[in-house]
Design a binder for this molecule. Structure first.
Ligand SMILES: [Zn+2]
Length: 133
């Protein structure tokens, strides 16, 4: 139930973000998420748990848009970057070296949020979001 924990974590991050707009409550359209291939998060499952979790909350109706990030490793033997695959046991194709360094693919963070603020004209500039976990 990894996705359930991820969703809780996301909701906490969104709650934090909402507080920065206080007393206004942002109306969220879409939350754009970067999800690395090596996070073991199933995007469909995450969207499913998200939809269930936001029902009857201030985030009701907010969509989750998932942008996948490919797994890229760096060969510590020759410094080349490569796309590891499970079939090759994540070894580098150049040196057959076991994967020791991951360049990308472990991301799980909120990239941006599409939202609007209604009924508030004193709103400061839009905030930047910190990573979810
Ligand atoms: Zn190599």
């Amino acid at each position: 139930m990894h996705e359930v924990d991820m969703t809780k974590c996301l909701l906490l991050a969104m709650e934090d973000w909402k507080r920065r707009h206080s007393p206004a409550v942002p109306r969220v359209g879409t939350v754009h998420l970067l999800v690395g291939a090596f996070t073991c998060v199933e995007p469909d499952q995450l969207v499913f748990t998200w939809k269930a979790a936001v029902q009857n909350t201030w985030l009701a109706g907010a969509e989750l848009a998932i942008e996948p990030v490919a797994l890229v490793g760096r060969c510590v033997a020759c410094n080349a970057t490569y796309q590891p695959s499970a079939e090759e046991a994540y070894r580098s194709p150049c040196c057959q070296h076991p994967m020791e360094e991951i360049v990308s693919g472990r991301e799980l963070k909120i990239r941006s949020v599409d939202y609007s603020l209604e009924g508030c004209s004193l709103e400061p500039a839009s905030p930047s979001l910190s990573p979810c976990c």
